[in-house]
Ligand binder design. Structure first.
Ligand code: PLP
Ligand code: SF4
Length: 351
């Protein structure tokens, strides 16, 4: 690891900045210019400092440094893989499941993941909600008493200022039927300095439970600062869950997954979802066979605490459902039901 940037420097958002940082070769692959035109680039100095430049397959670098492979788009890859648009009653809202809505307040992220499932929507030029849009979205939530939970996403909603986060929290907490406000973010890991004590205070309100879902894909992402940021959120009484993507060449082996889940678990973050990568354009180099993911999940289940297990899921293309992908541990045989143990042996169940 090489600490090359002071924490105060600005994000790396161009090919030239990545070259200057030693993260891309000086003789640039010309096709990268096309990649950069199509998909946003972003890397925080904090994350850049954690990349091992001597390792071409560094698990952090591979998540954020653009690759010519992104120009390879398969026919099955679609712009809005889970059809957010089809379930959107108003700008910024996605209401697919009746008791919860997604509220997308910003399109920017602190980093731009090369495998992002919303990669055609996120970026600095993307649509940010206007004040009027946001007021309309809040009015929609207030008018729908079945909505128990509001999930702030984007982009990354922790990119908002503490003032705007506070306004949002207060507006949602004032709606009688909203009991849970959940924020999906990468900021505590990739830019922990943003999460100040004042910022944490703005997430809380007595009428709601605040949950934060933290996105990370490799244990190496957790700097000392990131770990202490997570502890501050937990100390403030905020419930923490994890969200990761199973990525070929980055975390698709038992050791990397164990280290990642133990890192979450050890910091008081309950492992929640391990997503199979969606069919986002130009991301086939990150996808592995579902069968391989299932085998990894069986191995995790054998070797780690139940509390450290994520649920392996895939959003069905078109957005029909977030389908759990684990292989069943119960089956119907001619003698009745059978249950599968960790060694792969089926046992008759006589109950
Ligand atoms: C995944 C998703 C949610 C959240 O689902 P949980 O299973 O509650 O985490 C909500 N809305 C949409 C549209 C989603 O895709
Ligand atoms: S932080 Fe999330 S929304 Fe932003 S680029 Fe990464 S995966 Fe996409």
């Amino acid at each position: 690891m090489s600490g090359t940037f002071p924490a105060s420097s600005t994000n790396l958002t161009t090919l030239a900045q990545l070259q200057d940082a030693g993260l891309l070769a000086q003789d640039l692959d010309p096709t990268l210019t096309q990649v950069a035109q199509r998909y946003a680039i972003g890397l925080t100095p904090h994350m850049a400092n954690l990349i091992d430049r001597s390792n071409a397959a560094d698990p952090i670098g591979a998540q954020f440094i653009p690759s010519p492979k992104e120009l390879h788009t398969l026919e099955v890859e679609i712009l809005d893989p889970i059809d957010d648009a089809g379930f959107s009653p108003l700008p910024g809202l996605v209401h697919r499941y009746s008791d919860r809505v997604l509220l997308k307040v910003v399109s920017v992220c602190p980093v731009y993941c090369r495998f992002c499932f919303r990669r055609e929507m996120v970026g600095p030029g993307g649509p940010n909600l206007t004040r009027a849009d946001l007021a309309a979205a809040i009015a929609y939530i207030a008018a729908h008493p079945e909505i128990f939970e509001v999930i702030l996403t984007g982009g990354d909603p922790f990119m908002l200022s503490p003032r705007r986060v506070g306004e949002l929290t207060q507006a949602l907490a004032a709606i009688e039927h909203v009991k849970i406000v959940r924020w999906h973010t990468r900021v505590p890991i990739v830019d922990p300095d943003r999460v100040t004590p004042a910022f944490i205070e703005t997430l809380k309100a007595p009428e709601i439970a605040t949950w934060v879902a933290i996105h990370a894909n490799h244990a190496q992402e957790f700097s000392k600062e990131a770990q202490s940021c997570v502890r501050s959120l937990a100390d403030a009484g905020i419930a923490l869950v994890s969200q990761s993507v199973l990525l070929k060449g980055i975390n698709d082996n038992l050791e990397a997954l164990q280290d990642l889940m133990r890192m979450f678990f050890g910091l008081g973050i309950k492992p929640y979802y391990l997503h199979h990568p969606d069919l986002a354009p130009g991301t086939s180099h990150f996808r592995l066979p579902i069968k391989k993911g299932q085998a990894l999940m069986r191995a995790l289940r054998k070797t780690m605490s139940g509390l450290a297990q994520p649920t392996y899921v895939l959003d069905i293309p078109g957005g029909a459902f977030k389908a759990p992908l684990e292989t069943p541990h119960v089956r119907e045989a001619s003698t009745g039901l059978q249950l599968l143990d960790g060694k792969g042996v089926w046992h008759d169940y006589k109950g």
